[in-house]
Design a protein around this ligand. Structure first.
Ligand code: MG
Ligand code: ZN
Length: 221
């Protein structure tokens, strides 16, 4: 699925790194982020990750609390969700492409029942150093933009639970939200800062990210 034609664009995206003019906004009072497209990491954001292992079947796939509701509310608010996920378990022979597709078929069906429409799932099935699409590289995002040319990265947000997600978002000039349950997020934020990775917001879960950072404040009913 991924090929070298993305390499040039990846480098181009890297060279055109935004000047971080919005850095100062990180200290601003939290309000809804001005975004239209939402790029979601999968494991640790939508479903429970399995430590260093891989989700290899639908039986092992467990939605995180509030994730489906969060996605439903994002969709209802007109935001467009995409999933961008590294699944090198395929390259390592832990699951086949067909098994991965089966997991995603079930996932989309269950999300559909919750009124969630995912615009696209973009998967890197390669091992490290083999391709231009494994995050923190940007190939998956550029592939989404090829299919949806109206995607603007400056009005997109990347939500993920690892710094490689945040790094991909930084390279593209997206907004970024780091999902972490760390008691001391300062440690990971310090590491991000040292590596020049922008983390615009921190949230405990996708639900937290949605209600606190992405959606207009709920009106009293
Ligand atoms: Mg993850
Ligand atoms: Zn790849």
């Amino acid at each position: 699925m991924c090929n070298t034609k993305f390499q040039g664009r990846t480098n181009m995206a890297y060279r055109s790194l935004p000047k971080r003019a919005r850095r100062h906004l990180r200290g601003a009072p939290f309000g809804p982020m001005p975004v239209k497209s939402v790029f979601l990491d999968r494991d640790g954001v939508i479903n429970r990750g399995i430590g260093d292992g891989y989700v290899t079947s639908w039986k092992e796939f467990e939605f995180l609390p509030g994730a489906k509701d969060a996605l439903a509310r994002l969709c209802a608010s007109g935001l467009r969700p995409f999933i961008v996920t590294n699944q090198r378990g395929v390259a390592r022979g832990r699951l086949s492409q067909a098994e991965l597709d089966d997991i995603h078929r079930h996932m989309l069906a269950e999300l559909g029942q919750a009124n969630v429409r995912i615009n696209g799932i973009y998967v890197c099935v390669h091992d490290e150093g083999e391709c231009p699409c494994r995050k923190p590289q940007t190939g998956l995002f550029l592939r989404a933009q090829e299919e949806f040319p109206d995607i603007e990265f400056a009005s997109s947000v990347v939500i993920g639970d690892s710094l490689s997600d945040m790094e991909a978002g930084t390279r593209l000039g997206c907004w970024t939200i780091l999902i972490t349950q760390a008691v001391q997020p300062d440690i990971v934020l310090g590491e991000a800062r040292r590596r020049g990775i922008v983390v615009d917001r921190v949230a405990e879960s996708l639900w937290d990210a949605a209600v606190r950072h992405l959606l207009p404040l709920p009106r009293p009913t």
